[in-house]
Every structure is written in C-alpha cells, then in structure tokens.
Design a protein around this ligand. Structure first.
Ligand code: AMP
Length: 422
C-alpha cells in the first residue's frame, strides 16, 4: 500500500510560484507606500495569550466565541493563533513603551491570520492582512490620515471599483442609549429574526446591523439611526473627519448601519468595499479605538487603524492591468556534453556574480529539450556550449527573442553579456 498523501487543511491555501510573484509585488508596493507616510513596520508573534483577544475583540464576537484556534500548551498556558493583529500590536506597543519614544507612534504590518470561519471564495481559515495602527492623537487628523491612506492605497494600486463607507458610533455612553433604542425597535420583530440575529439580540444587538439577510435588512430600514444618539463632541469630531476627506477629494458614503464586528471601536468606523468581489466584498475595515490601550493595561491612548485582506486585494486586481511582471531569469546555459556541463556551470555562476540571473540544465537533457526549456522560461539569451565550442574557446550566444545567433569568445563572454544590459 502506498503511503498516505497529505493535502493542505480546509480553508488554507498554498501560494504557488505561479502567483507568489504577485504577492511579492504587492508587498513591495506596500512597503514603498508606507514609507511615504512615515509608518514603520512591526512584526508580532504568530500566537499570543488567548485572553489578549477575548478582552480586546470581545467575548460575544464571532471571532472570539467560535472562530479562534486555541489550545493549552504543555505549561498549562491558554494560547491562540492570532485572529487579528490590532490586539498584538497594542500589546507590543504597551510592553515596549513605544509612546515613550514617539508620542505619535505609526506602524504597519503584513501578517498571516487564523479564523475558523466557513471557507468560501474570499474567505479563508488562514488568510493575510496588511494594516496600520496610529497611536497618540484624539484629533480628527489622525482619523483623516488613516482613512485617506486606506483610500489612496487602493487608488494607487489601480483599483477603480471601490467605495469608502464611513460612520461614527460615538463613545460607549451614547452607544448604550442607542443599544436600548435598537432593542426596543427590534423587539416586535424578534420572531422574524434569524437564529444568528436572535442570539445577537441577547448578546450584542448592534451586530444585527451587520446582517446580510434581505428581510432583516428591510426590517432595519426604519431602525433608529445611531447618528441621532451621538454627543455634540462626537458629531463635531465626525464632521471634521468628513471635512478633511472632502478637502482632499476622497469620496465617501455615510452608512449609519456600519458598526463593524469588533467591540473595541469608538467614534469613526469605516470600510472599503469592492464591486468586483461578490459576496465577500469587504477589502478593508477599520476605525478609531480610543479605549483599547487602557483596556489592555496601558495608559489611556487614542488610536486609529485599519486592516485589509491581501487575498481579496489580489482577487480584485485580477480585473485590472497592474503592469506587474513576474521576475524571470535572463540567461539560460545550454550544455551538450559532460565537459561543457562543467564549463556551463562555472559560466552561470560568473554571470550571477555580475548580477545577471542565470539558469542551467540540471537534468542532462538533450539540446532540443534544453532549448524548449529556455523558451518556456522566457529568457532573453541562450548560451550554447558543446565539444566544438570548448575546443575553439568560443560559445554560441542566441537571442531568443530576435532569433539571432553569434559566436563569442569565451574570455569576453561575460563582458559581452553584461554590456547587453538585459
Ligand atoms: P476584519 O479584521 O474582520 O475587520 O477584516 C479586515 C479585512 O480582512 C476584510 O475587509 C477582508 O478583506 C479581510 N478578511 C477578513 N476575514 C477574512 C477571511 N476569513 N478570509 C480572507 N480575508 C478576510
């Protein structure tokens, strides 16, 4: 019996060479983009104490109540693979007293996340996000900068079909009175709500606003509007954020029903959705979270951030021309016998020393199939070495794009190729 073959775990995916170059391009783009805004990269561990997430994201959220990959290790510590990155970044921010170094600490990350969600197109159990967290300012400029960055990121990537939605959910006092008003409104409809919404009604009624069920959306049409429950300060703050975006020509829509799933948000929340993604259309989501640092044991510290899904960005990019190209090698060395193989091996390394990417055949294939391989890889130049070439100390250099072939002296071969500026 042949041994069992393994498959990747449901909801996880391999990033194969055919696509990994796009990931790399996107990552390059991200680092370049972030450097323009003065944000610096932060990397946190893959796992953290479970309590970090239950205390920050919220016990009643889908993430904490049913989606975390958690276990108890040999030392009896409860650990969890990170289901989101804000809490680990805040943990790190407090632990290393980053605000002591810079009162407006601005960081970004690119990371793998784990949620035991129901897999479907655009929804994975291991997926990737990039995101930013900006700490230190309670002023609308901080919201404005973070939201503007999210918008500009997608615009500069070349995406066109996306929409920025904006809301303010105020601070917890007004949220409490809104929660009461919403539950009062929904009470008569309780039996019409889905099982999920009925549960949310008990635990976290604001989350019912996230529903995608059409008849629930209809019920919600006449629900109380959170904007009417905001304090004067919340309203002023929100208006200033909007004014900043308008002045900078960032189009947005107000969506009073967008509360976002996590517990830690205060005041501004926002989301960017794409029309080209189907059901899982959220590209990015974020907002202000002024109480989280304190809740996790730090000094009171206002903060704003967002997270964007890499898999979904790459899906959206399939609909546009990015101009990105996979990196390919420039030269393929074709060797016809044992001695030339050794010479070719050395020539390949001499070219790489000069910064020219070069491949050579490791399968001892025939001239024909080496030539086919060279054409398949898309290299510009093939260098052909056989017995005759070794004797005459000359090699054949073939431009595979133009089809032209010339004979070059072995001693000047490297310089010749360097000067071609491939
Ligand atoms: P969240 O952390 O839930 O606010 O999600 C932020 C962004 O991450 C979303 O807008 C999506 O682009 C992406 N995202 C969230 N969950 C998943 C998932 N299960 N699979 C792939 N991408 C996801």
């Amino acid at each position: 019996m042949s041994p069992k073959q393994f498959k990747s775990i449901k909801g996880t995916h391999d990033i194969l060479p055919e696509i990994s170059w796009k990931w790399r391009q996107l990552e390059y783009f991200l680092h370049d983009f972030m450097s323009h805004y003065g944000y610096r990269e932060i990397r946190t561990p893959v796992f953290e104490e479970t309590e970090l997430f239950s205390r920050s994201v919220g016990e009643d959220t889908d993430i904490v109540s049913k989606e975390m990959y958690s276990w108890t290790d040999q030392g009896g510590v409860n650990l969890t693979l990170k289901p989101e990155v804000t809490a680990p970044v805040v943990r790190s921010f407090i632990q290393h007293n980053l605000s002591g170094v810079n009162p407006n600490t601005k960081v970004y990350y690119w990371d793998a996340l784990f949620r035991r969600d129901r897999p479907q197109k655009g929804r994975w159990r291991q997926f990737h996000q990039f995101g930013v967290e900006s700490f230190g300012s309670a002023f609308p400029e901080q919201d404005g900068e973070v939201i503007l960055m999210a918008y500009q990121f997608f615009k500069k990537l070349g995406l066109t079909e996306f929409t920025l939605k904006l809301n303010s959910i105020g601070y917890s006092e007004c949220r409490n009175s809104y929660r009461t008003a919403l539950t009062e409104y929904l009470k008569p409809y309780f039996s019409d709500l889905s099982e999920t919404s009925q549960k949310r009604f008990q635990l976290n009624p604001l989350r019912i606003l996230d529903t995608k069920v059409p008849h629930e959306k209809e019920i919600l049409n006449d629900a109380p509007n959170i904007v009417n429950y905001l304090s004067v300060e919340d309203v002023t703050h929100f208006e200033e954020v909007q004014a900043l975006l308008k002045t900078n020509n960032i189009p947005f829509e107000l969506d009073p029903q967008m509360v976002r799933g996590l517990d830690y948000y205060t005041r501004t929340t926002f989301e960017i959705t794409s029309n080209s993604l189907g059901a899982q259309n959220a590209l990015c989501g974020g907002g202000r979270y002024d109480h989280l640092v304190e809740k996790l044991g730090g000094k009171p510290m206002p903060a704003v951030g967002f997270a964007a899904g890499i898999e979904r960005i790459l899906l959206a990019l399939e609909h546009i021309q990015t101009g990105w190209k996979p990196l390919s090698t420039n030269v393929y060395i074709i060797c016809l016998d044992e001695e030339s193989r050794s010479a070719g091996f050395t020539i390949a390394e001499e070219l790489r020393e000069k910064g020219i990417s070069t491949e050579t055949d490791l399968l001892r294939r025939s001239l024909r199939s080496q030539m086919r391989e060279a054409n398949r890889t898309g290299v510009k130049l093939a260098v052909i070495i056989g017995e005759k070439e070794l004797q005459s100390q000359k090699v054949q250099v073939k431009d595979l794009h133009k089809g032209e072939q010339s004979e070059i002296k072995r001693e000047s071969l490297i310089d010749h190729i360097v000067h071609l500026n491939l």
